[in-house]
Design a protein around this ligand. Sequence first.
Ligand code: ATP
Ligand code: LTN
Length: 326
Amino acid sequence: MRIFSGIRPTGNIHIGNYLGAVKQWIELQEKNECVFCIVDMHAVTTPYDPKEMKKNILEAASIYLAAGVNPDKSIIFVQSDVREHVELAWLLGAITPMGELSRMTQFKEKSKQHKDYINAGLFNYPVLMAADIMLYKTQAVPVGKDQEQHVELTRTIARKFNQKFGQTFPEPEAILPKAGAKIMSLQNPKKKMSKTDESKSYISLFDTEEEIEKKIMSATTDSGKGVIYNVTKKPGISNLLTIYSLLDGRTIQEIEKEFKGKGYGDFKKSLAKVLINYLEPFRRKQKELLTREVYVQEILNKGKSRAEVIAKTTMQEVKEKMGLTS
Ligand code: ATP
Ligand code: LTN
């Protein structure tokens, strides 16, 4: 199967990104042909500092590597290095209904979050995402829950293209993890954990031990007592239990049992320890990779060449089918 996924280089990658997306990538790359992209063209649709972009891209690449993406197996590259993404996005824009785009939840949320930055790029974002996916004739897209709607729209666009211009693209499916597809913010467990939110609302893969401890101890919990999973009545504790179980490998019921009769404080202390241990290898590898910028850049250059071969072939076919070749 051909797999494609990407993350915006908009800041610190957190355990939500890892549990929702990257962890699946590592498993999928064993048996599939995987393409993992740093989607910088998507990052310009929300406020950002141009001076920080290069650093964020290299950081994202080293995060992919530190988390276990194997550059000999999978293609790792930067979106803006392969021009065909934008070219295909324009063409797909011509068959994407405005009505569908205006229904997209992420557009609505990001426009609320950045009221003075509502641009056409943000509105068209899902078309570029569809182009990313379709350019590689992708069959499956491992993402978190928030991106499911965009993959669904990609299916619609692929279907429309095939109907209009002849069978060209598979209709890609989103692959969501069974648990962890939507990790919630530590400060507001009704909102998803997001890297553009305040830093105490997420655990970055590279937080120090002290930061992890501080953030977990100050995470919002619920009224009442008892370490019990109940998303409606105890959204804070339920979110922490989900994280605990995914990192520790035990079921939520087993963890509830261990903390029966104990308070939130004991539970949080133990969770902080689990997180510190789990994330230690990431911190170590990331530290090492940050001193090897040339090596990371070489991987991105190689990824660009490998991605371009596929992208150019698809683009040629698309142009022929759409009557755009001379
Ligand atoms: P931003 O704050 O820039 O919007 P983000 O934290 O939402 O960023 P993205 O770059 O949009 O992260 O997402 C990268 C991948 O991580 C996507 O597959 C997305 O579905 C997944 N993801 C993001 N947040 C979560 C979360 N809280 N829980 C599970 N998966 C998530
Ligand atoms: N929109 C995604 C990032 C993204 C993506 C993609 C994910 C852009 N292009 C293609 C999977 C496949 C997000 O996480 N905000």
